[in-house]
Design a protein around this ligand. Sequence first.
Ligand SMILES: *Cc1c(COP(=O)(O)O)cnc(C)c1O
Length: 582
Amino acid sequence: MNDENDGFFYHPLDTIEDAEVFETAIDRKVFSRRLSHERPYTYWTLELYDQENGIRGGGGLGVLAADTRRVAEQVKVPFVLITPFYPYEAHQKWQDGQIVDEHIPVNYDSFGFSKVGDVTVKCCNNICNLEVIEKSFDYTKIVAITEPNFGELYSGLSGSDHRLYQEVCLGFGGYQALKLLGLKPAIMQLNEVATFFAALVRLDELASNGMDFYEAVVYTRKHTLYTNHTLVQAAEAEFSLEQFENFVFPNLKSKPVKKWLHDKFVDGRIKLSSVTIEIAELRSGVSKLHARVANYHDIAGERVKFKAITNGIDMKKWVLPDIMKFYHEEGILDEFDMPTPNFSDNLKALSSDLILSFKEVGRGILNKELSHRPDQNGEILNFEEGEVIFDFKRRFVDYKRPQLPFKDPARLRSILEPINAHYILAGRVHTGDSRMAKILAEILNTVNSDDYLRTHVHYIADYDEKLAFALSVGSNVAINVPIVGLEACGTSWEKDVANLNLLISTHDGGVADGSMESYLNVHGMGEDEEVLELYTRMEEAAAAWENKFDLDMMIKKQLAEFLPTISGARMLYDYLDYLLPE
Ligand SMILES: *Cc1c(COP(=O)(O)O)cnc(C)c1O
């Protein structure tokens, strides 16, 4: 068992009751840890999912980045997030029986960013100009770099020149952007290896400004955290020495740094994880299970250890305001959205009548969101109070298995029909993923050939934050069935649990931080068994929404088990404890 994280229940902040005491505690923590507006916590990410601020990401990695920044703002931690601003964003629609990609230009002015200045990066014998833009909040900032040909998030394959160009721009351009703003990173958190270059520039700065190379390495390592979200190193793309000669080496000043980097190539190729592991002494995985199973080796061949810091969510953003008010009034969450020491006792204030009334409010939000988003048949949906909705909402990728509930359409119908339930599918198919596009088309064919399913299973295209929120608050049962061992954490299920939905899930990612008895668990030897289990759990969930006693008990059990995991403030303090121990 990995019990590294079990201490968080005893976090000193759990016992703080009033804001004044909290502020002093925060100040003490922050100052004793030498974070300030000029020396902030810096968070580097190639992906940010923050539609309010004009930046639309691809999935969970970007949502996590946006939530981390918002939580830092709420708990007043000086924090700067550095990311690209992509001039185009990807959307999808369902048209003539297939997914159609759309590319929509976006302008940073319309989202409150202002231009700070320009920086340059050398690539392929050219000087590339990058604009630095900034949006400031009270305690946090988003600093973005951009240029008109920067492209879209994840445009180009992961080992392509364009991707390397984007990554180099973020690292080298972003570091100069901080200098323009007079900021010095106290800590650098690298959200995946694509942001390695930020730490490399810091090393280069130190080593070219008179610090001994080995001291510069030690200093950079001590202040850099690599957060891994991927399970297998083998799956990672590689770059060639030639690509680095075009994009990376021309930007380095220090000879020993160039030599250090050059020596890391094996047969003329490099994986960014191998160098990220070397430059970051601190390394974290995004759930207990993930930290335990992530299979990474350093250059010496030693297995890399990851500290488990499970992803949380910004509860203010993702939870129905009426439910948040209830959590606060009943002493379930404190004013910083941390579960109180006696939150599980206080959950007794919840009742099935309250759950149903919160769901009614959520249903209104869902209907409103769906009023401008027709399903695959062009129908505008409007759900009645009390109708049970199952949903599957997440990126359509292989391991998440959106097709699982459609393996036996007759059985699915037999579960939905008696209670007139609906099933909503929502999720992006990654551009170019023809396999998943085909699986989606097959699901919808299956659905179309059954007269009940045709009108009760709905695919809603262009999954985004708004739809994610509307479904979390407005549906009743969430289905999360990744192949066990492949989900790093997942956060949609956290939105569902916090919004009082029943969770049906395999024991994987962050869900496996809790016990199998605390939610509707799907397990089995092989997929056929899992499918049978899934249907049984769906029957139980359907029955629970008709039985007040069971519903109340099951929702409370989920919350008692998972609220501490879900709390984004808990996550941020776990990071601070790891990065800046007292
Ligand atoms: C919450 C959220 C995610 C995270 O999805 P997981 O599959 O649970 O990691 C992805 N996309 C959007 C739009 C979200 O709101």
